[in-house]
Design a protein around this ligand. Structure first.
Ligand code: HEC
Ligand code: HEC
Length: 349
């Protein structure tokens, strides 16, 4: 009898202790979790762009009918993009490998994941992603859509290391999300489809249109002689055979310097990586802001634009020595510092 009494007292003690310690962690968590700082009225992510861009924008937009960009959707996407709770040990966010200061890519050849492991390829700059017409994502185009792509790094064992159900329960446990989902989707339900839609909206909202190149195309500035010569070479010159007889513009089409149907396939030769459907070809992302996104190519093995245009082992990209500086001068006119520094795209934590 005494034994039973002792045992039940002990059990009560254990239950009470568990209850208290649970309460304590919850309280501690809400006190210490950083809250995103957001403007009272959401930023404008739905913008009007210069007229000369609009034909391309209309033709090449990969936004699906069921995920149109809204200011509240992109605001939620921005918070998710920079939230380290989207990784297993709360150390890595999308923004860790897609840094605004590096034009939404990583200055390192390979990026560190949540446990310090390295990615197999160079990170990709996330701008003008919306205008890759086919919508296929990654260097090897293995994701059919952006909505599909944005959940892959979260589940990747090197990058963020969560399962979808862990993702949903972690996001659901954070006190700032219900109101953000309510605004973005009309109810506070949190699920992986909504998480993917919001992340995709944020990524699509990053569009560069405020470079010197854009000013020139609107008649608001003029190219220097070197930039002008560089543009002509970019549009009209073909490399010496046996490289594909295609101009730079045939594969990097203005005005976003991006096309999902290049005039010819290309990939930097790489024994370790067979690219799109094992063809040895790779995707190229937008060349806008290219001066900010070194190192280059899918494996990040080319350190500078100078090396990219003048090294013998880079096929289809080597140009005559006297043309190198002019092409670089032209490529530098694609730099849009306003977008890189824009608070709409900055880390809110
Ligand atoms: C640990 C670093 C790392 C993290 C974290 C990370 N990425 Fe990436 N991202 C990469 C690398 C590396 C690639 C290229 C991988 C490949 O092609 O196999 C990439 C490619 C992409 C692409 C493809 C772009 C294109 O034009 O095809 C998108 C979009 C993208 N990431 C978005 C995200 C989002 C959204 C998150 C957060 C949910 C995220 N990334 C988290 C490193 C990272
Ligand atoms: C036949 C198509 C093709 C032609 C022609 C071509 N490119 Fe590329 N370019 C690509 C592809 C595809 C990649 C990415 C390949 C890889 O990573 O393996 C790329 C990569 C690049 C990169 C690095 C992009 C990054 O994000 O790392 C730059 C810069 C570049 N090209 C500029 C040029 C210039 C300048 C010319 C003309 C001299 C040119 N390209 C001609 C297809 C082409």
């Amino acid at each position: 009898m005494r034994k039973i009494a002792l045992l039940s007292t002990l059990m009560l003690f254990v239950i009470a202790f568990e209850y208290c310690s649970k309460k304590d962690t919850t309280a501690a968590e809400t006190n210490t979790v950083p809250q995103p700082s957001l403007p009272a009225t959401p930023y404008d992510y739905v913008r009007s762009y210069p007229a000369y861009l609009q034909t391309t924008m209309a033709q090449d937009d990969n936004t699906p009918a069921n995920n149109q960009l809204t200011n509240d959707g992109a605001t939620l996407g921005r918070v998710l993009f920079y939230d380290k709770h989207l990784s297993k040990n709360n150390t890595i966010s999308c923004g860790s490998c897609h840094k605004p200061s590096s034009s939404f890519t990583d200055p390192d050849q390979f990026s560190k994941g949540f446990e310090g492991g390295l990615t197999a390829r160079n990170s990709m700059p996330l701008l003008n992603v919306r205008f890759y017409k086919s919508g296929k994502m990654f260097w090897d185009e293995r994701s059919p859509t952006l909505e599909h792509q944005v959940l892959q790094p979260i589940q990747n064992h090197v990058e963020m290391g969560l399962t979808i159900s862990e993702l949903v329960s972690k996001v659901s446990a954070l006190n700032y999300y219900p109101a953000l989902f309510q605004k973005a989707f009309g109810s506070s339900t949190i699920d992986s489809v909504r998480i993917s839609k919001a992340l995709a909206q944020f990524v699509r909202s990053v569009v560069t249109y405020q470079s010197k190149y854009d000013l020139v195309k609107q008649g608001l500035a003029t190219f220097t002689a070197a930039e002008q010569t560089g543009e002509q070479l970019f549009l009209n010159a073909t490399p010496p055979p046996p490289a594909p007889q295609t101009t730079c513009a045939g594969c990097h089409k203005p005005p976003f310097f991006l096309t999902s149907s290049p005039a010819a396939g290309f990939g930097l030769p790489d024994a370790a990586d067979s690219g799109i459907n094992n063809t040895g070809n790779f995707k190229s992302s937008s060349l806008r802001n290219i001066a900010l996104t070194a190192p280059y190519f899918h494996n990040g093995t080319v350190a500078s634009l100078q090396a990219l245009l003048s090294t013998a082992n880079v096929p289809a990209h080597r140009v005559a020595p006297q043309d190198v500086q002019n092409i670089i001068a032209f490529l530098q006119t694609l730099t849009d510092q306003a977008t890189v520094a824009d608070p709409r795209f900055a880390d809110p934590f």
